[in-house]
Design a protein around this ligand. Structure first.
Ligand SMILES: C[S@@+](CC[C@H](N)C(=O)[O-])C[C@H]1O[C@@H](n2cnc3c(N)ncnc32)[C@H](O)[C@@H]1O
Length: 240
């Protein structure tokens, strides 16, 4: 049974996740930086650096949300970044941000599902996702699509929350993540479930070596995993 945001709702994970991000879209960027004390910005930078090893020209940012990972990846000077997401609300916030920064010729946002990508095989030099894959209804399908649309030799970079394992950081962090973060998240976002779903979905997510094993099953080679900030987040990478 997969973890979903709204436990009494009968709809599937995908539609619940889209509904949840539509509901918190206006507060998403603020809450991200506030609840992580800005560390999320550093994590995206580190992930983009790894993508830079391939000097990509055309990038696909999966689960782009409000576009922060795509915007960060512009530091690699690609010709174009396409960002896709299932939440129209998140994309609307992203579109506004991209317009304000005059980046519309570089970043194109589209409504789309990572489990059924509307792109031909072997299209992109790199596919990337920050805090997105944990929300997929079907993780294997979503990653297989990220593999399919990559050119041979292309790189996947996934940034995702993971579970810290060392004492005493693990205990302190878990207390914050499960007891304090949901309270602030709920008050500020006004969504009943989103910031309870966050720790629950991280708990259920196959992190570390388990995720690397899934990348290998999908077909990725030269897989690597980098732990960030005591294991709160991890970067996973591999080549097609
Ligand atoms: C936590 S946000 C991450 C946004 C952005 N990547 C960032 O770094 O802040 C997760 C996003 O994943 C999107 N998402 C979840 N499942 C998806 C799917 N199957 N296809 C595309 N986007 C999806 C959600 O709508 C949401 O905008």
């Amino acid at each position: 049974m997969s973890v979903v945001p709204y436990k009494n709702d009968q709809t599937g994970k995908k539609s619940q996740v889209a509904q949840m991000f539509n509901s918190i879209a206006g507060k998403y960027d603020f809450l991200n930086h506030f609840l992580s004390a800005g560390i999320d910005i550093y994590w995206r930078k580190q992930a983009v650096k790894i993508m830079g090893q391939n000097q990509p020209t055309l990038l696909l940012d999966i689960a782009t949300g409000t576009g922060d990972f795509a915007i960060e990846a512009l530091s690699l000077n690609p010709q174009k970044i396409v960002g896709i997401d299932i939440s129209e609300g998140m994309l609307a916030v992203g579109q506004e941000k991209i317009k304000k920064k005059s980046l519309t010729d570089k970043i194109e946002l589209q409504l789309g599902d990572s489990e059924n990508l509307a792109f031909a095989d072997n299209t992109f030099d790199g596919t990337m996702a920050a805090f997105g894959v944990r929300n997929f209804e079907n993780l294997h399908k979503g990653l297989s699509e990220m593999y399919r649309v990559l050119k041979p030799g292309g790189r996947i970079v996934v940034l995702e929350f993971s579970k810290p394992r060392s004492f005493p950081f693990k205990q302190v962090y878990n207390f914050y993540f499960k007891n304090i973060l949901p309270v602030f998240g709920k008050i500020i976002s006004k969504d009943q479930a989103a910031y309870t779903y966050l720790p629950e979905s991280v708990q259920a997510f196959p992190d570390g070596q388990e995720f690397i094993n899934i990348l290998k099953q999908v077909g990725f080679k030269n897989t690597q995993w980098h732990s960030l900030t005591f294991g709160i987040s991890s970067i996973y990478t591999g080549l097609k």
